[in-house]
Design a protein around this ligand. Sequence first.
Ligand code: HEM
Length: 299
Amino acid sequence: MKKYILLLLGSFLLASVAYAADSQIWGEMRVENILAYGKEGSLKLGSLFTMLQSNYFAKIFLAILVGVPSVFLLHYLVIGPKVFSHDGKKIYAFNIFHRIVHQIAAISFIVLVPTGFIMTFGSTFGGGEFVRMMKDLHGLATVTFAIVVIPMFLMWLKNMLPTFDDIKWMMIVGGYLSKVKRPVPAGKFNAGQKAWYWFATLGGMVMILTGAIMYFMDFNIPMINEVTGLSQIDLLRASAILHAVVGFVIVALFFTHIYMAVFAIKGAIHSIITGYKEEEEVKILHSSWYKKLKKEGKV
Ligand code: HEM
């Protein structure tokens, strides 16, 4: 626990330093960079970026925002939620550290997604002060997410490694296409949850990095250019493209995550508040983990 707290503090310090490194510090380099913006970089991303930005990004984002919840609404109406008894025994699944880290990530995302959306549709929202405020909020929520992303990656890493259960789980789509409550092959986390974990943590780190590159446009540190072999303008365009593409996947999976936690498995959300999961839910949806706990005499 002590090492986790140290890690959390370390992440906080790092993120704060990055945020505090206001563009002022890089002021002198700004002039050089602005001069370079008009130039074509070695990657020749200029036309690709303009084409994606003006024709596709906003449309894809809108399609995800409307399409993903619509699919889940259909699932809810046709198949319905999985309801497990909340009066039976409970299994302790998430300790206080897991819960705090997760809750900070959840609050960060609740801010990141709508503010990102408003920035994408900045002109529709009238631009100006309001959109600028959203941009600042987006930056702040990035800092809180950056504080917890590494602890989250480490605390669940062991449970998120692939197993044979994952293949079996995928073959039956986790049992979510059926109304019947049949034991589903999965350990503490199923294949769907593992996919979310990898995208949320590694993808999240890509989002932080590419976001930071765009935020600190003057971040023209020669070492970065040497290591990546990219010029400043290339780095910016590549970051903008990656931030959008990875962002689409993360937003779609985030909606899926909320649907699962809040609607599809009734009452599942309690586990991130209290740390406890319903025994019946674990028995059905995480049958391999349940068998293991039983063998160890923990249930
Ligand atoms: C409002 C937002 C959120 C809610 C309501 C929520 C809810 C939950 C719940 C109930 C679980 C336990 C699921 C189970 O084991 O049965 C869970 C697990 C998890 N959450 Fe969240 N969460 C939210 C946001 C986030 C965010 C922003 C991230 C990461 C960036 C995240 C990452 C995870 C991961 C990796 C797990 C473990 C694997 C999984 O269950 O999917 N969650 N969440």
